[in-house]
Design a protein around this ligand. Sequence first.
Ligand code: PRP
Length: 244
Amino acid sequence: MTGTDSSSSAGTAPEAGSDGAVSGTAGSNGVANLSPEASRGHLTSRITSADAIPIGDADPGADHGYHGELAAILIGEEELRAKIGVLARAVAADHDLDTPPLLICVLKGAVMFVTDFARALPIPSELEFMAVTSYGSATSSSGVVRILKDLDRDITGRRVVIVEDIIDSGLTLSWLLKNLATRGPASVDVVALLRKPEAIKVDVDVRYVGFDIPTDFVVGYGLDYGERYRDLPFVGLLGEHMYR
Ligand code: PRP
């Protein structure tokens, strides 16, 4: 387990359409023709605790058997869908059709994200899965990581994109980047749906980030507490009474 827009890189900001999609002219790969800087500009939305929508009489958690367990919705289904489209276009704009990205999904939390992300990508991609566990408490990682399931193939010469659901301390990702770098890939980039900037303990180079979120206890869309809530289609805040 574990607003306002902020840009992770400088550059001309592309215009976002009503669906949140980045606009541009079609390039040779059929993907919006944007400079790498422009394609990454304004990717990251900052969400604060004030943006959370408290659960009212209609509890969306109840539709999934979690009645009375959530405090709020932090990122709704539509917002997730729009953001994933933006991230997918940005990643596609940085790749050519003849060098399809190899998506490495870090189990289990990133499962929902990678399936939606791969389907939103306007270029072909290939999928690999890796499972790691971090020694530490139930709610924070220590940075000492053990591989539970390794990749099924050699990544030498491949353009790898690590797909992560959340960057909390950054320790897991920092270890993973070092580990994959020893395997001779052509490049390794990271796309993370969520990041908790106030929780970061190590500097990690993350090219594509969907949302910067507060340090609140988030669940849903792959994120769990005691293996529950991964199946929620939105990102919510867990009620304090569930973990205190
Ligand atoms: C979560 C998440 C990241 C990691 C982030 O995985 O999926 O991999 O924690 O935390 P960090 O930045 O502090 O290292 P977790 O180990 O909880 O396993 P899970 O994906 O199976 O829930």
